[in-house]
Ligand binder design. Structure first.
Ligand SMILES: [Zn+2]
Length: 302
């Protein structure tokens, strides 16, 4: 465990919010940067310490942290439904249409290239392949990479994105980070590298849990406070500011998620409450998940 400077602004001044215990009984401090307000786990465990929490059971056993058999068709179709909804709300399809018609990088018959970072079993890689993209994924965990390659036949690199160098600068039309940035040790550096790997006019789409009203009210019992897997908890304005500093433009953002989870055997009252709460937080932009689409400006070549 090491006390590190704030990933967003470099400050070493933090205010302690509370401590939270992991399923292995270790205690982690949740702090808020006194300068930029980024909420984070600090002191921070290194990658080897965190990796113990990502055993394959993370993807196969029902817990409120991982998934109830992530590899089932049911989970795959539910996840694809959420991708589709988010992309629609973020006006991704409008971006795609405009890009295909106006980008100098798209010539007749040329296929667009996408990369999903932290792609897990590759469901979004598969989704983009289905849309006609030359689709790639990158993931560190063994089980999901094996599934993505062997069962879905996808092109997935098993590496840490920051150490990954395949000469892909200015090569991707779309890069995605679905519920991944909160897991990364160096999120800002990752966003900077994504910026370099995108073609001018290309877009980044990301989603993450959001440190907003619901998180503040619920404190240590907030559903996404999964230590130590989730190291960073961004506010919507905080994350938009980081993206702007790096050079991304034209943000489209949204929030969703009320804290009511989907329950198979839920009664009608629960189902209606969930439906209303989900509608309400989306309408008032107070959801505890956020999604953002940003673009690399045209003419910005490195
Ligand atoms: Zn800071």
């Amino acid at each position: 465990m090491e006390m590190i400077s704030c990933n967003t602004c470099g400050s070493l001044k933090f205010r302690s919010l509370f401590s939270k215990e992991s399923p292995l009984g270790e205690s982690f401090q949740i702090v808020k940067c006194s300068d930029c307000s980024l909420v984070q786990v600090n002191p921070q465990p290194n990658l080897e310490e965190v990796i113990r929490y990502y055993s394959d059971s993370y993807f196969t056993q029902r817990t409120d942290r991982g998934y109830d058999n992530y590899y089932s068709d049911k989970v795959k179709s539910e996840i694809s439904r959420v991708f589709q909804l988010n992309l629609q709300d973020l006006k991704f399809f409008e971006w795609e249409n405009d890009y295909k018609n106006h980008s100098p990088y798209v010539t007749d018959g040329k296929v667009l290239r996408s990369l999903d970072i932290g792609c897990a079993a590759g469901y979004f890689v598969d989704y983009m392949r289905g849309r006609g993209y030359s689709s790639y994924g990158i993931e560190v965990a063994d089980g999901p990479v094996k599934f993505a390659r062997e069962t879905l036949g996808l092109e997935v690199y098993q590496e840490d994105f920051l150490g990954w160098d395949k000469g892909f600068q200015n090569q991707f039309d779309t890069i995605t980070l679905w519920a991944t940035i909160e897991h990364l040790h160096k999120p800002k550096e990752t966003l900077e590298k994504i910026f370099k790997h995108l073609k001018p006019g290309g877009c980044l789409v990301l989603s993450t849990c959001r440190y907003g009203v619901l998180a503040k009210i619920l404190g240590p019992s907030w559903r996404y406070l999964n230590v130590p897997e989730h190291l960073y908890y961004y506010s919507l304005s905080g994350l938009l500011k980081v993206l702007k500093t790096i050079g991304f433009t034209s943000p489209v953002s949204l929030s969703y998620g009320s804290g009511f989870t989907s329950r198979a055997n839920a009664g009608i009252f629960y189902k209606l409450s969930k439906k209303f709460a989900d509608w309400f937080v989306k309408k008032t932009n107070q959801g505890d998940m956020l999604a953002i689409l940003v673009k690399k400006p045209k003419g910005n070549v490195f």
